[in-house]
Design a protein around this ligand. Structure first.
Ligand code: ASP
Length: 325
């Protein structure tokens, strides 16, 4: 009798531990720092180290929240904020300049559990646009606020306001001058983003950008457009994109990935690879995306020379990548 009791007890323990390993109670965080002409030859060892450090810092900020059972939403905001505050990325500090020599910032966030979303476009004085997007989601009945209205809203929410000069970096300015003087069509792009699956099985996605260098006054890219640059749904996946925004809007890229999974039953990896390396590539659209599905599977395809990216999974060391390793 006692023997049977122990056998059942051990069987019970084994079943519980299997349950914990099947993707339920574990977290995943994926981040990107933009896709573009990131080539090994052009990025010094020192710069690579600086990027690696910043990406790890962002992973760390997000995983600290996820590890203690915090929400995917809080984690993606924390990770994106680290990259917005870094001069290395085209978002927040370090944003590229518009044709008039100003910075106009866009950001968005989506909650996979509730389907709620928030976005801001054309901000000029808000230090962390992702915080403003989150407040639009949490504190208004709207999805997107733009320009002066978005600025005033951020102020009313007591978010940190900075002088426009805060966003200046020498690197972005030199790039602006280069594009202006050489009449170049295509300058550096880039964006930052994060997607996460938390221990409660909830998904979230966040994206923030300075947009395209030398963009026209008022131009809005895909990053703040829900379904284009950002999307999350607990039934399928969470997605954050980077690349030539006009193409990502026209192709509703982030939603297309979730839709292919839901309607066609495709795996995350298959759907993501098709969209970036087939559909967009055929249109001449440069870019990539990061995504995580409800089971913790990760996809990070890009059709550009490189994409700054990182993955954190419970119990595993951080993975940071830049090129086609
Ligand atoms: N998608 C961004 C935009 O078009 C830029 C980028 O990610 O490279 O605004």
């Amino acid at each position: 009798m006692m023997k049977h009791f122990f056998s059942f007890f051990f069987l019970f323990l084994t079943l519980i531990s299997f349950g914990q390993n099947d993707g339920q109670n574990t977290y995943t965080l994926v981040i990107h720092g933009g896709a573009g002409s990131i080539m090994r030859a052009r990025l010094t060892e020192e710069r690579q180290q600086a990027y690696t450090q910043e990406l790890k810092h962002a992973l760390d900020a997000g995983t600290q929240i996820l590890a203690r059972g915090g929400s995917a939403l809080d984690a993606v905001v924390a990770a994106v904020k680290v990259m917005e505050d870094s001069p290395l990325f085209n978002a927040g500090k370090g944003a590229v300049f518009t044709a008039e020599g100003r910075n106009e910032l866009d950001a968005s966030i989506m909650d996979g559990k509730t389907g709620k979303a928030g976005a801001v476009a054309g901000l000029r004085t808000v230090r962390n646009p992702i915080e403003a997007a989150r407040r639009v989601m949490d504190s208004t009945k709207h999805v997107m606020l733009a320009g002066q209205g978005a600025e005033e809203f951020a102020r009313s929410q007591h978010l940190e306001i900075v002088d426009p000069s805060y966003f200046y970096t020498d690197e972005s300015w030199q790039e602006y001058l280069k594009v202006k003087e050489n009449n170049e069509k295509d300058g550096r792009k880039g964006t930052v983003g994060a997607v996460a699956l938390d221990k409660n099985g909830n998904l979230a996605a966040a994206t923030s950008t300075g947009g395209m260098v030398f963009k026209r006054y008022g131009r809005v890219g895909d990053s703040p457009v829900i379904g284009a640059g950002t999307y999350a749904n607990n039934q399928s996946c969470a997605v954050s994109c980077t690349g030539h925004g006009e193409f990502f809007i026209r192709n509703a890229v982030a939603y297309d990935l979730a839709a292919r999974m839901s309607y066609l039953g495709e795996s995350l990896e298959k759907a993501a690879d098709y969209i970036i390396n087939d559909k967009l590539k055929k249109q001449g659209a440069m870019g990539g995306l990061i995504a995580v599905d409800k089971d913790g599977n990760v996809a990070m395809p890009f059709n550009s020379p490189g994409m700054f990216r990182g993955v954190a999974k419970e119990g595993k060391p951080f993975q940071v990548l830049m090129f086609r390793e």
